[in-house]
Design a protein around this ligand. Structure first.
Ligand code: NAP
Length: 486
């Protein structure tokens, strides 16, 4: 990997604890491989509870001075971090594609999207104003202020190894918190490159710490340690629930960005070309490995055939391969286990009567590649209807009425993203009110932005990232009562 980078110092194989690049105490390492080739990229430290305690202590030691800086000063450092990212965009995109597999163009998009959280929160933290409440007793004055929660921790997934870090670190640092970050073991290098750039930007030692290693040991220490006042986790619902339980004894504040099962609903009156373009961009980005990917295409009967035909035509235009090839539009899945999982869901659907229109098996390229797949005749008893697919499989199901579409869409314990394509304004509004999801896109499907609150309901999580709300997730509301003022 280092040979192919302009700046080899961005490829870090150590953790950053208190401004020092460190190995695991026992020098143990984890191997990291390229999902497109299964070749080894390098190693990272296999840290555990002891290193995590040290990182938390470093974040606690750095906290008072960081918190004491003005929002403008903190914001200037966030902007410097953003500049360092933009200056190194090519190398960062290469690292991201090599460790995660997504095409280079998508990697660049993810990095620029992630970087956009820094300037947004650099400004937003200057506007966290408190309130003066009218006196409720003579001779008193009440002030409400927003204060940083203290040391924060972030645990992030492999599917967006870069963007998930700024989404958490930018609001945390802007609020005045310091942070300990644990990236996914399969994709640690984007997070370590970000730590290197944080140092170059002048962010003080201990303010940002990045640890790699055993999830249960690092996560266990983060959850149990009372110094950590906030955990922001993005990953599976299963691990999110476990972490929530583990954090209960120390009553930490929690943000949980978990799995989804997004309905993509197309009505007869929709602009079909627009719906198809949105469906393709939404479903096949990152080979279908995104939490807001359309999982169930619910299509009204009048356009069902035309939608399926249009999707099949577009799917044939996808070019599968190594993301470093500029012509490739869809990369591999993350590993062999993911390929087997997705294939199992396709087999389940076919056994229960789905029709295969395109793809449907591991790709001839071998390794972790899977064919972009289209199934029609999706039914409620199929695994694909019930579970997050996390792969390049589009499954289409017909419906007759608006009521039926709502009932099908809400028939899941998940509630992250939902999509509706219609040209009827009244129907758009009725759907927005009826869909039990944290987010809904009408005639648009790109939901994540620094300016907007991203998050889910039900089994899709707690809290929001982005927007004004994302900053308040790292702040406590403090009440100051001044008496004796007569
Ligand atoms: P995952 O297995 O839950 O892992 C996520 C992170 O949690 C990784 O860093 C993992 O570390 C760590 N982890 C695993 N077990 C842990 C434990 N016992 N204690 C503490 N940390 C632990 O999820 P994933 O497969 O990486 O990511 C895919 C999932 O993330 C999907 O369900 C997707 O929908 C969801 N996701 C949600 C959003 C959102 O914003 N809602 C965004 C992206 C992804 P290791 O890598 O070391 O195992």
């Amino acid at each position: 990997m280092p040979d192919t980078l302009k700046d080899i110092r961005l490829f870090r194989q150590q953790c950053l604890i208190n401004g020092q690049w460190s190995d695991a105490d026992n020098k143990a390492v984890l191997s990291v491989s390229n999902p497109a080739t299964n070749e080894k990229l390098g190693v990272v430290p296999d840290c555990g509870a002891a290193e995590t305690r040290r990182a938390i202590a470093a974040a606690a030691a750095a906290y008072p001075a960081w918190r004491a800086r003005t929002p403008l000063e903190r914001g200037n450092l966030l902007r410097a971090w953003e500049r360092a990212i933009r200056e190194n965009l090519d190398d960062l995109a290469r690292i991201l594609t090599l460790e995660e597999g997504k095409p280079l163009a998508e990697a660049r998009g993810e990095i620029l999207q992630g970087a956009s959280y820094f300037p947004w929160y650099a400004e937003e933290c200057r506007r966290v104003c408190g309130e003066v409440t009218p006196a409720f007793r003579p001779g008193t004055q009440v002030l409400t202020r927003h204060e940083p929660v203290g040391v924060a921790a972030a645990v992030t997934p492999w599917n967006f190894p870069f963007a998930m870090i700024p989404r958490k670190a930018a609001p945390a640092l802007a609020a005045g918190c310091t942070i300990v970050i644990k990236p996914a073991s399969r994709t640690p290098y984007s997070a370590l490159a970000l730590a290197e750039l944080a140092q170059r930007a002048g962010i003080p030692a201990g303010v940002v710490n990045v640890l790699t290693g055993k999830a249960s040991a690092i996560g266990g220490e983060i959850a149990a340690n009372p110094t950590v006042r906030k955990l922001s986790f993005t990953g599976s619902t299963e691990v999110g629930k476990r972490l929530a339980a583990d954090c209960a004894p120390s009553l930490k504040r929690l943000s949980l960005e978990l799995g989804g099962n997004a309905p993509f609903i197309v009505f007869d009156d929709a602009d079909l070309d627009l719906a198809l373009n949105l469906a393709m961009a939404n479903k096949f980005r990152n080979a279908g490995q995104t939490c807001i990917c359309a999982n169930r295409f619910l299509i009204q009967r009048g356009v069902y055939e035309a939608f399926a035909e249009g999707l099949a035509r577009r799917i044939k235009g996808l070019r599968v391969g190594n993301g470093l090839d500029p012509d490739v539009t869809m990369g591999p899945l993350i590993n062999a286990k993911a390929v087997a999982r997705v294939d199992g869901m396709v087999r389940d659907a076919l056994a229960k009567g789905a029709q295969l229109i395109a793809g449907g098996k591991p790709h001839a390229l071998g390794g972790n590649f899977y064919e972009p797949t289209l199934l029609t005749g999706l039914r409620k008893d199929m695994q694909i209807f019930q579970n997050e697919i996390f792969g390049p499989v589009a499954a289409v199901m017909p419906f007759a009425s608006e009521e039926e579409a709502v009932a099908l869409a809400n028939d899941t314990p998940y509630g992250l993203a939902s999509y509706v394509c219609t040209r009827d304004l009244g129907r758009s509004w009725r759907m927005l009110n009826a869909l039990e999801y944290g987010m809904a896109g009408v005639n648009d499907a790109a939901l994540a932005a620094a300016e907007t609150p991203f998050g889910g309901v039900k089994y899709s999580g707690l809290g929001r990232e982005g927007g004004r709300e994302g900053l308040l997730e790292y702040m406590e509301t403090h009440l100051a009562l001044l008496g004796g003022l007569v």
